[in-house]
Every structure is written in C-alpha cells, then in structure tokens.
Ligand binder design. Structure first.
Ligand SMILES: [Fe+2]
Ligand SMILES: [Fe+2]
Length: 405
C-alpha cells in the first residue's frame, strides 16, 4: 500500500512539474504584442508618371497600409471621405509587412494631388476573422499640410534635376547637400553607393529617411544600384525599398522627349573573387541586362527621344577593374550604336569629365565626386551642370551640346 501511495505521489509531482514547465514555456513563448505602429521612414515617391505614382514607406512592425488621396482643390483634407488605395504587391491580398508600396492610378497629367499615408500594425493573426491590430497611424493632416505630388506633363521644354552618389551612409553630409531642396528639383537621382554595407533590415533608412523628410515625399526619386549595395545580408532587400518601372534595378523613364536609362553596373571585382564566397552571378546578370538594353534602344520611345542620358554607377574605363570592363564590353557598344548624349557615373570618389573617345565610349562620361551635389539643367539643346560640396561651395561646372538625332 505504501508503495502504491509513494508511486501515486511521484506521478502527481511529475505531472505538476510538467504542467508548471508547460505554463512557463507558454508564458515565455507568448509573443509580445505591440500597441502602436511607428513610421521608420517615408513617405517617398517612386515611379511617378502622367497617370499615377507610387508612395512608399517603412513601418517598425508588420502592418496593413493604405493611402488616402485628395485633389489639391483648397478643401480641408477632412472635408469628405477620401478614396483609399491599398498595397497591390500582394496580388489581391493586402500585405501585412514593414515595407509599404502603394500605387495610385487613374490620375490626370500635370495635376497636383495631396496624399496621406495610413496604417494599422499587426498584433495577432488567428485567422482572417480574428485579426487584432494596433491603434491606427495616420500622417498628420490636422496641423500640417499633406505632401503634394504633381503627375508628369505630356511634354517638357527643360528639366532641373539633382544627382548624388557615394554618400556611403553619411546622413549628416547628405542632409547638408539637400537642406534647401524642397520643391526645387523636377527629380532627384541617387547614383549608387548610398550606403557601404546593408547589414540590417532598416539600414537604408540612413539616407531614405532624410530624403523623405527633405524632398522625396513630393519630388520623384530615381535610384541606381552601386557596387556597395550588393554587400551585406540585407542587400538582398535593396529592390524591395524601391519600385522601378521594370521591377528590376535597371529601367528607363521619360519626361516628355527626355529619355533616361538607369543601368545596374554590378560589383567591381570578378564573380570568383574571394570576397564574394561564390554568392554572385554578376556576369550572367549583366549579360541579361545588355539584352534588355538592346531592346530599349530599338524601341519607338527611345528612337523618338530628343535627349538621352544614361546613369551607370561604375564608369567605362579601359584595362581597369572588372566592373569597368563589364560596362565597356557589355553596355558601351550598344549605347555607341544607339546614340547617347551623356553618361553620368560615380564610384571613383573623384570628379572627372571624360570626352567621347577617352574610353571606348563615343559619348562623354561625367563622373561626380563622392558626397557632392550635381545640379543639371537639361533642355533640347544643352545639358549643363554645376557641382557643389556639402558646404555649398561650387566645385565644377560645364555643359554639353545635345546631339541632333
Ligand atoms: Fe563609393
Ligand atoms: Fe562604387
């Protein structure tokens, strides 16, 4: 009898211990539910066209995001319900994510629109009928004016644009370059190496946040990938932060008859270099891009354009690094045949203006220094530029005639 009692006690003690451990595990494994959702950076504009534009922003936790749109007609934003646009990158299922990409469509050309970003953070998902959200977040339209976007006109006589490259995560230097830039430029180009290594999920906020605060919520932003944007675990997310017209890092865009080609010049060393540990297939990727470039130069839009400017982070240089060699061998022959007015590059952390024929390019190549602002004026006859350092001191200037097509 004693034995039976002892055995029962042992069993009970073991059950109690087990349930205590289970309870402990349940408590420690229960996810901490956030009560608010915060804006990490944004909003910033992508892919602005005559009939629509894309608004992007980043939240600190997974969230459902949407944009409210209002005409710029003098009414208060709270005057009436504003139409909502959701993130369609989920192909019909509204994404619950940190990166928000909302396309506004069906707009009129050359027209001003106001917008407001909204989101609800995800607290718990227990099936579609049982989703818990944080308190909603809405951009302030009560005591501040909402950002205004102007859709593209059908044609332009001139453009006033800003270009920067090789910022390498210097947020303060970046802020100095763009401190007076609100509403100043038709568009802004980031020509690669905006950071050095993308090791954290939100590292790119180091320049995207100041950009959105200073201009990019109202001024179209176009990005080019630099060789440093291939580095770090989260470099694989680079393209998720931007929406290009092709869905690839290489793409084209037009402002009237002004045609821009944004190339991805890849890494600077050969694929089998010890630094890459077999993680790159750059040569194949660049060959595929060259096939795409051939198609671009044969398109009616390109053939009918009046000014053609190419952006490539790495410039063409003969007998130089592998990245330069790729640009010389894969892209320049196609561009030579097509007729290009100018290539704008960075990468070398030194200013240079290389006339046609310096490399195998039959067009001039303009290399901007690191962390210098290049402001470019483009009309049907001339492309002129000025560069300045973060203190605002002018460093270089020049101009190129537009080649008759
Ligand atoms: Fe660089
Ligand atoms: Fe570079």
């Amino acid at each position: 009898m004693k034995r039976i009692l002892l055995l029962s006690c042992l069993i009970l003690a073991s059950v109690a211990l087990h349930s205590q451990e289970t309870a402990k595990a349940t408590v420690s494994e229960a996810p901490v539910q956030p009560s608010t959702v915060k804006l990490v950076c944004g909003p910033y504009l992508q892919n602005v066209k005559s009939d629509g534009f894309t608004v992007m922003w980043i939240s600190d936790i997974d969230a459902l995001g949407w944009v409210e749109l209002a005409p710029d007609d003098g009414t208060n934003f709270y005057y009436t319900d504003r139409p909502r646009y959701y993130d369609m990158t989920g192909a019909g299922i509204n994404p619950l994510s940190k990166i928000h990409t909302v396309r506004i469509t069906g707009l009129q050309p050359g027209t001003r629109y106001r917008y407001r970003i909204m989101m609800k953070g995800l607290r718990a998902f227990n099936g579609e009928r049982d989703i818990t959200f944080t308190k909603p977040f809405g951009a302030n339209v009560y005591s501040a004016n909402p950002p205004v976007v102007t859709t593209l006109e059908e044609s332009y006589d001139k453009l006033h644009v800003a270009i920067v490259n090789d910022v390498h995560a210097d947020a303060e230097g970046f802020r100095n370059l763009f401190k007076d830039s609100r509403g100043k430029y038709d568009f802004v180009v980031f020509n690669g190496d905006m950071t050095s290594v993308i090791n954290e999920e939100t590292h790119m906020a180091v320049y995207v946040r100041p950009a959105s605060e200073l201009f990019a919520d109202e001024t179209p932003l176009y990005v080019v990938r630099g060789n440093h944007e291939f580095r770090g675990l989260f470099s694989r997310d680079w393209l998720k932060w931007f929406q290009t017209p092709t869905g690839m890092p290489y793409y084209t865009f037009q402002w009237g008859k002004f045609f821009f080609i944004m190339l991805d010049s890849g890494e600077d060393k050969p694929d089998n270099d010890i630094e890459y540990q077999g993680m790159l297939s750059m040569d194949q990727y660049l060959r595929e891009q060259a096939d795409w470039l051939k198609g671009v130069t044969r398109s009616d839009a390109f053939r009918n354009s009046s000014v053609r400017i190419v952006f490539s982070h790495i410039p063409p240089r003969l007998k130089h690094w592998h990245g330069n060699k790729n640009v010389c061998e894969l892209f320049v022959p196609i561009l030579n045949e097509a007729g290009i007015d100018l290539m704008v590059s960075g990468h070398e952390h030194n200013y240079s203006l290389c006339p046609a024929g310096t490399s195998n390019a039959n067009f001039p190549v303009l290399v901007n220094d690191n962390l210098e602002l290049m402001v470019m004026d483009i009309d049907g006859k001339t492309i002129s530029f000025k560069t300045s350092d973060p203190s605002g001191t002018q460093t270089h200037k020049g101009s190129f005639p537009v080649v008759k097509k």
